[in-house]
Write a protein that binds this ligand. Sequence first.
Ligand SMILES: NC(=O)c1ccc[n+]([C@@H]2O[C@H](COP(=O)([O-])OP(=O)(O)OC[C@H]3O[C@@H](n4cnc5c(N)ncnc54)[C@H](OP(=O)(O)O)[C@@H]3O)[C@@H](O)[C@H]2O)c1
Length: 279
Amino acid sequence: MKKPVAHQKTLAKFTGTLLLVGAGKMGSAMLDGWIARGLAPKRIAVIEPQPAKPVKALARRGLKLNPKTPAEAGAIVIAVKPQTAPEAVPPLKPYIGTSTLVLSIMAGRTLSFLQNKLPAGSAIVRAMPNTPAAIGRGITVAVANAKVSARQRKLATDLLAAIGKVEWVTHEGLLDAVTALSGSGPAYSFLLAEAMTKAGIAAGLPADLAARLARETVAGSGELLHRSELDAATLRQNVTSPGGTTAAALEVLMGPGGFDELLTKAIAAATRRSRELAG
Ligand SMILES: NC(=O)c1ccc[n+]([C@@H]2O[C@H](COP(=O)([O-])OP(=O)(O)OC[C@H]3O[C@@H](n4cnc5c(N)ncnc54)[C@H](OP(=O)(O)O)[C@@H]3O)[C@@H](O)[C@H]2O)c1
């Protein structure tokens, strides 16, 4: 089993100002992670019309809430809803200097959209996180424009690592498939728990017991997969004895029209939809 990794204070040496735009679910999760990684509240500024209590509490420890006078930021993290972008992004121009990194986690808002709304030559990273980010267990895929330096890329990695693992791609077009796999993926896992519950009920279990068994089985298996050195296929094989109960179920799930085929179709549909939404 992999050993749990303690948070490293990767952001303790950040010397500029980090501007967070939008402290909703994702923005707040990032904020928590940054503080846990050693970023001092006085290094952070937040633009948020309705700040939640934890953000107000950080303001009492030095975080600048809704600053009146824009000052050049070392990094700007944009975490507003994509539909808010046309009004939220242009006012950020005065915060951008020659070395500012702009990091957007808005779904579907492309690098070219951001480039058009920000000063020419801005260093921009577009990233796609997923919901387990709320508990620091997300996975984010990032893509940089040509202006992003190695130092800024490292900073983006450190900022995104606050909500989980980080992967980089070089082609922005891959983000549609990423959105379909890891962005929408948590819903597939929740659906698995729902479907297992229904199937358990159909097999004769009381509904509440079926729901608890399904929930803990999906959650526990996910945790085992997370901690294990083994890949998913090996873990599956390790719980499947020839001719046994698991093998009987897998014959159905891995047969024609089974999991592989369904998920391939589902992820293709989500990839197409992501392309359509990006325009
Ligand atoms: N949640 C996910 O699983 C997930 C996954 C991938 C990507 N994302 C992306 O992450 C971004 C944030 O999602 P979220 O779930 O955290 O949304 P959210 O909870 O709605 O957070 C957005 C926050 O931005 C605030 N806001 C609105 N207008 C603003 C403005 N002009 N300036 C500054 N802040 C403003 C909102 O305040 P009000 O509530 O007052 O409007 C809200 O607190 C989205 O772009 C989404 O596409 C989310």
